[in-house]
Ligand binder design. Structure first.
Ligand code: AMP
Length: 462
Protein backbone atom coordinates (compact mmCIF):
# COMPACT_ATOMS: atom_id res chain seq x y z
CA UNK A 1 0.00 0.00 0.00
CA UNK A 2 1.36 3.42 -0.93
CA UNK A 3 1.16 6.13 1.65
CA UNK A 4 1.49 9.74 0.76
CA UNK A 5 2.45 10.78 4.20
CA UNK A 6 3.73 14.05 5.54
CA UNK A 7 4.00 13.29 9.23
CA UNK A 8 6.04 10.64 10.97
CA UNK A 9 3.84 9.03 13.57
CA UNK A 10 4.95 7.63 16.86
CA UNK A 11 5.68 4.00 17.54
CA UNK A 12 2.57 1.90 18.05
CA UNK A 13 1.43 0.87 21.48
CA UNK A 14 2.12 -2.61 22.73
CA UNK A 15 -0.39 -5.41 22.67
CA UNK A 16 -3.12 -5.50 25.27
CA UNK A 17 -3.31 -8.88 26.96
CA UNK A 18 -6.15 -11.17 26.07
CA UNK A 19 -8.95 -12.34 28.30
CA UNK A 20 -9.00 -16.16 28.32
CA UNK A 21 -12.20 -16.60 26.35
CA UNK A 22 -11.63 -13.88 23.75
CA UNK A 23 -11.93 -14.37 20.04
CA UNK A 24 -9.04 -13.94 17.64
CA UNK A 25 -8.68 -11.96 14.44
CA UNK A 26 -8.70 -15.28 12.59
CA UNK A 27 -12.33 -15.73 13.75
CA UNK A 28 -13.47 -12.51 12.10
CA UNK A 29 -13.54 -13.54 8.41
CA UNK A 30 -10.77 -11.15 7.52
CA UNK A 31 -8.84 -11.65 4.30
CA UNK A 32 -5.44 -13.29 4.40
CA UNK A 33 -3.39 -10.16 3.52
CA UNK A 34 -4.98 -8.35 6.46
CA UNK A 35 -4.32 -11.22 8.84
CA UNK A 36 -0.73 -11.29 7.65
CA UNK A 37 -0.34 -7.56 8.34
CA UNK A 38 -1.89 -7.99 11.78
CA UNK A 39 0.45 -10.89 12.42
CA UNK A 40 3.42 -8.69 11.60
CA UNK A 41 2.26 -6.26 14.23
CA UNK A 42 1.71 -9.12 16.67
CA UNK A 43 -1.97 -8.30 16.99
CA UNK A 44 -3.86 -11.53 17.53
CA UNK A 45 -6.76 -10.54 19.73
CA UNK A 46 -9.22 -7.86 18.61
CA UNK A 47 -10.06 -5.18 21.14
CA UNK A 48 -13.75 -5.07 22.17
CA UNK A 49 -14.65 -2.35 19.67
CA UNK A 50 -12.93 -4.34 16.93
CA UNK A 51 -14.65 -7.58 17.87
CA UNK A 52 -18.01 -5.84 17.94
CA UNK A 53 -17.73 -3.53 14.93
CA UNK A 54 -15.83 -5.58 12.34
CA UNK A 55 -18.59 -8.17 11.69
CA UNK A 56 -21.18 -5.40 11.10
CA UNK A 57 -18.87 -3.46 8.86
CA UNK A 58 -17.97 -6.52 6.79
CA UNK A 59 -21.70 -6.94 6.18
CA UNK A 60 -21.73 -3.40 4.77
CA UNK A 61 -23.78 -1.96 7.66
CA UNK A 62 -23.63 1.67 8.70
CA UNK A 63 -22.32 2.07 12.22
CA UNK A 64 -22.26 4.38 15.20
CA UNK A 65 -19.31 3.62 17.44
CA UNK A 66 -19.14 5.14 20.89
CA UNK A 67 -15.46 4.84 21.66
CA UNK A 68 -12.46 7.04 22.04
CA UNK A 69 -8.88 6.97 20.97
CA UNK A 70 -6.96 4.19 22.62
CA UNK A 71 -9.70 1.60 22.25
CA UNK A 72 -8.42 0.32 18.92
CA UNK A 73 -11.18 2.00 16.95
CA UNK A 74 -8.95 2.87 13.99
CA UNK A 75 -8.35 -0.77 13.14
CA UNK A 76 -12.03 -1.42 13.83
CA UNK A 77 -12.90 0.62 10.76
CA UNK A 78 -9.69 0.39 8.72
CA UNK A 79 -9.66 -3.42 8.47
CA UNK A 80 -13.18 -3.88 7.05
CA UNK A 81 -12.73 -0.88 4.74
CA UNK A 82 -9.53 -2.34 3.33
CA UNK A 83 -11.23 -5.67 2.90
CA UNK A 84 -14.12 -4.09 1.05
CA UNK A 85 -11.87 -2.20 -1.36
CA UNK A 86 -9.66 -5.21 -2.00
CA UNK A 87 -12.66 -7.45 -2.68
CA UNK A 88 -13.87 -5.08 -5.36
CA UNK A 89 -10.78 -3.73 -7.11
CA UNK A 90 -11.32 -0.78 -9.40
CA UNK A 91 -8.66 1.38 -11.01
CA UNK A 92 -7.71 4.39 -8.91
CA UNK A 93 -9.38 7.48 -10.39
CA UNK A 94 -7.71 10.89 -10.31
CA UNK A 95 -9.25 13.17 -7.69
CA UNK A 96 -11.91 10.63 -6.77
CA UNK A 97 -11.19 8.63 -3.60
CA UNK A 98 -13.27 5.56 -2.75
CA UNK A 99 -12.98 6.16 0.98
CA UNK A 100 -13.11 9.42 2.90
CA UNK A 101 -12.16 9.58 6.56
CA UNK A 102 -12.64 12.89 8.35
CA UNK A 103 -10.65 13.46 11.53
CA UNK A 104 -10.61 16.60 13.71
CA UNK A 105 -6.86 17.13 13.94
CA UNK A 106 -3.87 16.69 11.74
CA UNK A 107 -2.25 14.39 14.28
CA UNK A 108 -5.18 12.05 14.33
CA UNK A 109 -5.52 12.19 10.56
CA UNK A 110 -1.85 11.26 10.14
CA UNK A 111 -2.20 8.48 12.67
CA UNK A 112 -5.19 7.05 10.82
CA UNK A 113 -3.31 7.09 7.55
CA UNK A 114 -0.44 5.30 9.19
CA UNK A 115 -2.84 2.61 10.39
CA UNK A 116 -4.31 2.16 6.91
CA UNK A 117 -0.77 1.86 5.61
CA UNK A 118 0.18 -0.77 8.19
CA UNK A 119 -2.95 -2.91 7.89
CA UNK A 120 -3.05 -2.57 4.11
CA UNK A 121 0.61 -3.35 3.67
CA UNK A 122 -0.05 -6.43 1.52
CA UNK A 123 -2.79 -4.86 -0.59
CA UNK A 124 -2.43 -2.75 -3.69
CA UNK A 125 -4.28 0.27 -2.42
CA UNK A 126 -3.16 3.84 -1.92
CA UNK A 127 -3.91 6.40 0.76
CA UNK A 128 -3.19 10.05 1.40
CA UNK A 129 -3.68 12.48 4.24
CA UNK A 130 -4.53 16.15 3.80
CA UNK A 131 -4.70 18.82 6.48
CA UNK A 132 -4.18 22.52 6.87
CA UNK A 133 -1.15 24.41 8.06
CA UNK A 134 1.06 22.97 5.33
CA UNK A 135 1.40 23.76 1.64
CA UNK A 136 -1.61 22.67 -0.37
CA UNK A 137 0.32 22.09 -3.65
CA UNK A 138 1.73 18.61 -2.89
CA UNK A 139 -1.74 17.58 -1.71
CA UNK A 140 -3.24 18.76 -4.98
CA UNK A 141 -0.65 16.78 -6.95
CA UNK A 142 -1.26 13.64 -4.91
CA UNK A 143 -5.00 13.90 -5.41
CA UNK A 144 -4.53 14.49 -9.13
CA UNK A 145 -2.67 11.18 -9.39
CA UNK A 146 -5.51 9.51 -7.49
CA UNK A 147 -5.76 7.75 -4.15
CA UNK A 148 -8.14 5.06 -2.92
CA UNK A 149 -8.34 6.25 0.66
CA UNK A 150 -8.31 9.90 1.66
CA UNK A 151 -7.96 10.97 5.27
CA UNK A 152 -8.61 14.65 5.84
CA UNK A 153 -9.33 17.35 8.33
CA UNK A 154 -12.55 19.22 7.46
CA UNK A 155 -11.21 22.70 6.68
CA UNK A 156 -8.55 21.64 4.21
CA UNK A 157 -10.85 19.10 2.61
CA UNK A 158 -13.42 21.82 2.08
CA UNK A 159 -10.81 24.03 0.38
CA UNK A 160 -9.76 21.17 -1.89
CA UNK A 161 -13.32 20.26 -2.67
CA UNK A 162 -14.33 23.83 -3.46
CA UNK A 163 -11.46 24.19 -5.88
CA UNK A 164 -12.40 20.81 -7.43
CA UNK A 165 -9.08 19.24 -6.60
CA UNK A 166 -11.01 16.47 -4.97
CA UNK A 167 -14.39 15.20 -6.10
CA UNK A 168 -16.34 13.15 -3.64
CA UNK A 169 -18.94 11.54 -5.89
CA UNK A 170 -17.21 8.15 -5.91
CA UNK A 171 -16.92 7.76 -2.15
CA UNK A 172 -18.09 4.28 -1.16
CA UNK A 173 -17.27 4.52 2.54
CA UNK A 174 -17.39 7.64 4.68
CA UNK A 175 -15.99 7.77 8.21
CA UNK A 176 -16.51 10.65 10.60
CA UNK A 177 -14.06 10.11 13.42
CA UNK A 178 -14.25 11.81 16.83
CA UNK A 179 -17.49 13.52 15.94
CA UNK A 180 -17.85 15.15 19.36
CA UNK A 181 -14.45 16.72 19.05
CA UNK A 182 -15.32 17.95 15.57
CA UNK A 183 -18.24 19.86 17.03
CA UNK A 184 -16.12 21.20 19.89
CA UNK A 185 -13.70 22.54 17.34
CA UNK A 186 -16.48 24.21 15.38
CA UNK A 187 -16.37 22.06 12.27
CA UNK A 188 -20.07 21.43 12.02
CA UNK A 189 -20.66 23.58 8.92
CA UNK A 190 -17.76 22.09 7.04
CA UNK A 191 -18.98 18.60 7.85
CA UNK A 192 -22.55 19.31 6.83
CA UNK A 193 -21.37 20.76 3.56
CA UNK A 194 -19.06 17.85 2.84
CA UNK A 195 -21.89 15.38 3.44
CA UNK A 196 -23.91 17.01 0.67
CA UNK A 197 -21.08 16.24 -1.75
CA UNK A 198 -21.09 12.50 -1.02
CA UNK A 199 -23.14 10.06 -3.04
CA UNK A 200 -26.28 8.98 -1.14
CA UNK A 201 -25.48 5.30 -1.65
CA UNK A 202 -22.51 4.67 0.57
CA UNK A 203 -21.49 3.01 3.80
CA UNK A 204 -21.19 5.53 6.65
CA UNK A 205 -19.52 5.25 10.02
CA UNK A 206 -19.54 7.72 12.86
CA UNK A 207 -17.32 7.45 15.91
CA UNK A 208 -17.61 9.62 18.97
CA UNK A 209 -16.44 9.35 22.56
CA UNK A 210 -19.72 10.83 23.77
CA UNK A 211 -23.20 10.97 22.30
CA UNK A 212 -24.83 14.27 23.27
CA UNK A 213 -27.99 15.28 21.35
CA UNK A 214 -26.03 17.43 18.87
CA UNK A 215 -24.04 14.38 17.79
CA UNK A 216 -27.16 12.26 17.55
CA UNK A 217 -28.66 14.90 15.27
CA UNK A 218 -25.57 14.93 13.13
CA UNK A 219 -25.49 11.13 13.09
CA UNK A 220 -29.04 10.94 11.81
CA UNK A 221 -28.04 12.96 8.75
CA UNK A 222 -25.08 10.66 8.05
CA UNK A 223 -25.86 7.05 8.88
CA UNK A 224 -28.76 4.92 7.78
CA UNK A 225 -30.11 2.12 9.97
CA UNK A 226 -26.81 1.92 11.83
CA UNK A 227 -25.48 -0.83 14.03
CA UNK A 228 -24.41 0.64 17.37
CA UNK A 229 -21.38 -0.46 19.30
CA UNK A 230 -20.10 1.05 22.48
CA UNK A 231 -17.02 0.62 24.58
CA UNK A 232 -16.10 2.69 27.59
CA UNK A 233 -12.51 2.95 28.64
CA UNK A 234 -12.23 2.21 32.28
CA UNK A 235 -10.77 5.53 33.37
CA UNK A 236 -13.49 7.63 31.78
CA UNK A 237 -16.45 5.77 33.24
CA UNK A 238 -15.86 7.75 36.37
CA UNK A 239 -16.60 11.04 34.66
CA UNK A 240 -20.38 10.87 34.78
CA UNK A 241 -20.75 9.79 38.36
CA UNK A 242 -20.96 12.04 41.38
CA UNK A 243 -18.29 10.69 43.66
CA UNK A 244 -17.44 11.30 47.29
CA UNK A 245 -15.13 9.90 49.87
CA UNK A 246 -15.90 9.79 53.59
CA UNK A 247 -13.14 9.45 56.11
CA UNK A 248 -14.41 7.12 58.76
CA UNK A 249 -13.05 4.74 61.38
CA UNK A 250 -13.30 1.11 60.39
CA UNK A 251 -15.62 0.27 63.29
CA UNK A 252 -18.06 3.02 62.26
CA UNK A 253 -18.40 1.95 58.65
CA UNK A 254 -21.52 -0.18 59.13
CA UNK A 255 -23.30 2.65 60.96
CA UNK A 256 -22.28 5.06 58.26
CA UNK A 257 -23.70 2.69 55.68
CA UNK A 258 -27.05 2.63 57.49
CA UNK A 259 -26.93 6.41 57.55
CA UNK A 260 -26.43 6.55 53.76
CA UNK A 261 -29.10 3.99 53.06
CA UNK A 262 -31.47 6.13 55.13
CA UNK A 263 -30.48 9.18 53.12
CA UNK A 264 -31.34 7.34 49.89
CA UNK A 265 -34.87 6.12 50.49
CA UNK A 266 -35.38 5.70 46.73
CA UNK A 267 -33.38 3.50 44.45
CA UNK A 268 -31.11 0.52 44.87
CA UNK A 269 -27.90 0.54 46.86
CA UNK A 270 -24.98 -1.64 45.84
CA UNK A 271 -22.30 -2.11 48.48
CA UNK A 272 -18.84 -3.46 47.74
CA UNK A 273 -16.65 -5.25 50.20
CA UNK A 274 -13.32 -6.98 49.71
CA UNK A 275 -13.96 -10.25 51.56
CA UNK A 276 -16.75 -12.79 51.21
CA UNK A 277 -17.17 -13.23 54.96
CA UNK A 278 -17.49 -9.46 55.32
CA UNK A 279 -20.38 -9.50 52.86
CA UNK A 280 -22.27 -12.02 55.04
CA UNK A 281 -21.43 -10.19 58.24
CA UNK A 282 -22.61 -6.90 56.84
CA UNK A 283 -25.93 -8.40 55.68
CA UNK A 284 -26.53 -9.64 59.25
CA UNK A 285 -25.60 -6.30 60.70
CA UNK A 286 -27.90 -4.43 58.33
CA UNK A 287 -30.70 -6.84 59.21
CA UNK A 288 -30.31 -5.87 62.87
CA UNK A 289 -30.68 -2.26 61.81
CA UNK A 290 -33.89 -3.06 59.97
CA UNK A 291 -32.45 -3.01 56.45
CA UNK A 292 -33.12 -5.96 54.22
CA UNK A 293 -29.99 -6.81 52.28
CA UNK A 294 -28.58 -9.80 50.45
CA UNK A 295 -25.04 -10.86 49.72
CA UNK A 296 -23.57 -12.04 46.47
CA UNK A 297 -20.11 -13.57 46.39
CA UNK A 298 -18.11 -16.52 45.15
CA UNK A 299 -19.08 -18.92 47.96
CA UNK A 300 -22.75 -18.72 47.08
CA UNK A 301 -24.24 -21.18 44.63
CA UNK A 302 -25.17 -19.95 41.19
CA UNK A 303 -28.83 -20.30 42.13
CA UNK A 304 -28.44 -18.28 45.31
CA UNK A 305 -26.58 -15.58 43.41
CA UNK A 306 -29.22 -15.37 40.76
CA UNK A 307 -31.98 -15.19 43.38
CA UNK A 308 -30.18 -12.43 45.23
CA UNK A 309 -29.71 -10.53 42.01
CA UNK A 310 -33.35 -11.01 41.05
CA UNK A 311 -34.55 -9.77 44.45
CA UNK A 312 -32.30 -6.79 44.09
CA UNK A 313 -33.36 -6.04 40.55
CA UNK A 314 -37.01 -6.22 41.55
CA UNK A 315 -36.38 -3.99 44.57
CA UNK A 316 -37.44 -6.70 47.06
CA UNK A 317 -34.11 -6.22 48.79
CA UNK A 318 -32.98 -2.72 48.18
CA UNK A 319 -29.41 -3.36 49.23
CA UNK A 320 -26.99 -5.83 47.67
CA UNK A 321 -23.61 -6.48 49.25
CA UNK A 322 -21.12 -7.82 46.73
CA UNK A 323 -17.52 -8.72 46.23
CA UNK A 324 -15.78 -7.60 43.06
CA UNK A 325 -15.74 -10.94 41.27
CA UNK A 326 -19.40 -11.61 41.95
CA UNK A 327 -20.34 -8.15 40.78
CA UNK A 328 -18.73 -8.45 37.35
CA UNK A 329 -21.38 -7.99 34.78
CA UNK A 330 -24.09 -6.81 37.17
CA UNK A 331 -26.16 -4.62 34.91
CA UNK A 332 -29.08 -3.50 37.00
CA UNK A 333 -30.94 -0.34 36.21
CA UNK A 334 -31.85 1.97 39.04
CA UNK A 335 -28.77 1.65 41.22
CA UNK A 336 -28.84 5.07 42.84
CA UNK A 337 -25.87 4.61 45.08
CA UNK A 338 -22.71 2.54 45.02
CA UNK A 339 -20.90 2.29 48.33
CA UNK A 340 -17.28 1.27 48.46
CA UNK A 341 -17.47 -0.11 51.97
CA UNK A 342 -13.87 -1.21 51.56
CA UNK A 343 -11.62 0.38 49.03
CA UNK A 344 -10.43 -2.12 46.44
CA UNK A 345 -6.80 -3.18 46.18
CA UNK A 346 -6.93 -2.71 42.42
CA UNK A 347 -7.78 0.89 41.51
CA UNK A 348 -9.46 -0.34 38.31
CA UNK A 349 -11.99 -2.20 40.43
CA UNK A 350 -13.11 1.13 41.81
CA UNK A 351 -14.06 2.30 38.33
CA UNK A 352 -15.83 -0.97 37.56
CA UNK A 353 -17.67 -0.75 40.86
CA UNK A 354 -18.92 2.79 40.46
CA UNK A 355 -19.80 2.06 36.84
CA UNK A 356 -22.70 -0.05 38.17
CA UNK A 357 -24.51 3.20 38.80
CA UNK A 358 -25.27 5.88 36.22
CA UNK A 359 -26.16 3.18 33.68
CA UNK A 360 -27.82 4.10 30.43
CA UNK A 361 -26.95 7.75 30.73
CA UNK A 362 -28.61 8.18 34.13
CA UNK A 363 -26.99 10.01 36.97
CA UNK A 364 -25.57 8.11 39.87
CA UNK A 365 -23.67 8.59 43.06
CA UNK A 366 -20.76 6.70 44.53
CA UNK A 367 -19.41 6.97 48.05
CA UNK A 368 -16.13 5.51 49.22
CA UNK A 369 -15.53 4.77 52.90
CA UNK A 370 -11.89 5.28 53.63
CA UNK A 371 -10.33 4.37 56.96
CA UNK A 372 -6.83 5.28 58.00
CA UNK A 373 -5.37 2.07 56.57
CA UNK A 374 -6.81 2.74 53.13
CA UNK A 375 -5.29 6.13 52.31
CA UNK A 376 -2.85 4.63 49.84
CA UNK A 377 -5.61 2.79 48.05
CA UNK A 378 -7.48 6.06 47.73
CA UNK A 379 -4.42 7.76 46.36
CA UNK A 380 -4.01 5.05 43.71
CA UNK A 381 -7.62 5.42 42.65
CA UNK A 382 -7.29 9.17 42.32
CA UNK A 383 -4.21 8.68 40.26
CA UNK A 384 -6.01 6.34 37.91
CA UNK A 385 -9.02 8.58 37.43
CA UNK A 386 -6.76 11.62 37.39
CA UNK A 387 -8.75 13.69 39.77
CA UNK A 388 -9.42 14.05 43.45
CA UNK A 389 -12.55 12.52 44.89
CA UNK A 390 -14.30 15.25 46.88
CA UNK A 391 -14.37 14.63 50.62
CA UNK A 392 -17.83 14.52 52.18
CA UNK A 393 -17.60 16.16 55.56
CA UNK A 394 -21.11 16.37 56.90
CA UNK A 395 -21.65 12.82 58.04
CA UNK A 396 -22.17 11.72 61.63
CA UNK A 397 -18.89 9.84 61.96
CA UNK A 398 -16.66 12.44 60.42
CA UNK A 399 -15.57 13.82 63.82
CA UNK A 400 -14.22 10.50 65.05
CA UNK A 401 -12.22 9.95 61.92
CA UNK A 402 -11.05 13.53 61.92
CA UNK A 403 -8.80 12.94 64.89
CA UNK A 404 -6.82 10.44 62.86
CA UNK A 405 -6.88 12.33 59.62
CA UNK A 406 -3.69 12.49 57.70
CA UNK A 407 -3.09 15.29 55.27
CA UNK A 408 -5.35 15.08 52.22
CA UNK A 409 -4.51 11.90 50.39
CA UNK A 410 -4.45 13.99 47.31
CA UNK A 411 -1.64 16.17 48.54
CA UNK A 412 1.71 15.24 47.11
CA UNK A 413 0.21 12.75 44.69
CA UNK A 414 1.55 14.70 41.78
CA UNK A 415 -1.92 15.24 40.37
CA UNK A 416 -2.98 18.70 39.44
CA UNK A 417 -6.24 20.19 40.55
CA UNK A 418 -8.53 20.44 38.72
CA UNK A 419 -8.16 17.25 36.78
CA UNK A 420 -5.69 17.37 33.94
CA UNK A 421 -6.74 15.73 30.71
CA UNK A 422 -4.35 13.17 29.31
CA UNK A 423 -2.70 13.99 26.03
CA UNK A 424 -4.71 12.36 23.31
CA UNK A 425 -2.22 11.34 20.72
CA UNK A 426 0.86 10.44 22.62
CA UNK A 427 4.00 10.81 20.62
CA UNK A 428 2.93 13.36 18.06
CA UNK A 429 4.41 16.76 18.22
CA UNK A 430 2.17 19.57 17.23
CA UNK A 431 3.39 21.46 14.24
CA UNK A 432 4.27 25.07 14.42
CA UNK A 433 2.10 26.34 11.62
CA UNK A 434 -1.51 26.91 12.43
CA UNK A 435 -4.64 26.73 10.41
CA UNK A 436 -8.30 26.13 10.97
CA UNK A 437 -7.49 22.46 10.91
CA UNK A 438 -5.00 22.72 13.61
CA UNK A 439 -7.23 24.03 16.34
CA UNK A 440 -7.06 22.34 19.64
CA UNK A 441 -9.53 22.37 22.47
CA UNK A 442 -9.67 20.87 25.91
CA UNK A 443 -11.25 17.48 25.90
CA UNK A 444 -14.81 17.32 26.99
CA UNK A 445 -14.93 13.64 27.77
CA UNK A 446 -12.31 13.79 30.49
CA UNK A 447 -9.58 11.26 30.79
CA UNK A 448 -9.00 9.36 27.62
CA UNK A 449 -7.01 6.35 26.82
CA UNK A 450 -3.78 7.47 25.38
CA UNK A 451 -1.57 5.05 23.56
CA UNK A 452 0.45 4.76 26.70
CA UNK A 453 -2.68 3.98 28.66
CA UNK A 454 -3.70 1.32 26.19
CA UNK A 455 -0.34 -0.27 26.53
CA UNK A 456 -0.35 -0.22 30.28
CA UNK A 457 -2.17 -3.45 30.92
CA UNK A 458 -4.83 -5.90 30.00
CA UNK A 459 -7.99 -5.91 28.01
CA UNK A 460 -10.12 -4.76 30.92
CA UNK A 461 -8.82 -1.30 30.17
CA UNK A 462 -10.69 -0.89 26.96
P1 AMP B 1 -6.64 3.58 18.42
O1 AMP B 1 -7.71 3.59 19.47
O2 AMP B 1 -7.16 3.14 17.11
O3 AMP B 1 -5.88 4.87 18.39
O4 AMP B 1 -5.57 2.44 18.85
C1 AMP B 1 -4.76 2.54 19.97
C2 AMP B 1 -3.48 1.73 19.83
O5 AMP B 1 -3.72 0.35 19.97
C3 AMP B 1 -2.77 1.88 18.51
O6 AMP B 1 -1.41 2.05 18.76
C4 AMP B 1 -3.01 0.58 17.79
O7 AMP B 1 -1.96 0.27 16.93
C5 AMP B 1 -3.08 -0.38 18.94
N1 AMP B 1 -3.98 -1.53 18.64
C6 AMP B 1 -5.14 -1.49 17.96
N2 AMP B 1 -5.69 -2.69 17.91
C7 AMP B 1 -4.90 -3.53 18.58
C8 AMP B 1 -4.95 -4.93 18.88
N3 AMP B 1 -5.97 -5.67 18.49
N4 AMP B 1 -3.96 -5.45 19.59
C9 AMP B 1 -2.96 -4.67 20.01
N5 AMP B 1 -2.83 -3.35 19.77
C10 AMP B 1 -3.79 -2.78 19.07
Amino acid sequence: MHNHSTVTPSAPATIPSAAPSTIHFTDLSLAEPLLRALGEKNYTVPSPIQAKAIPFLLQGRDLIGVAQTGTGKTAAFALPILQRLAANPTPTTPKRPRVLVLAPTRELAAQIQQSFGAYGKFLKLSSAVVFGGVSISPQIRTLARGVDILIATPGRLQDLERSKHVILDKVEVFVLDEADRMLDLGFVHEIKRIITKLPPKRQSLLFSATMPPAIQDLASSIVHNPARVEVTPVSSTAERIEQHVCYVNRMDKAKLLVHFIGKHPQGLVLVFVRMKHMANKLVDQLFKDGVRAEAIHGNKSQGARERALENFRAGRSRVLVATDIAARGIDVKGIALVVNFDLPEEPESYVHRIGRTARAGLDGMAVAFCDSSERNLLRNIERLIRRPIPVLKDHPFEGAAQTQREPSPYAGSGIDRPHRPAPRHGGFRSHSSSSSNNRTAPRTGGVGFTKAGFARSGSSRY
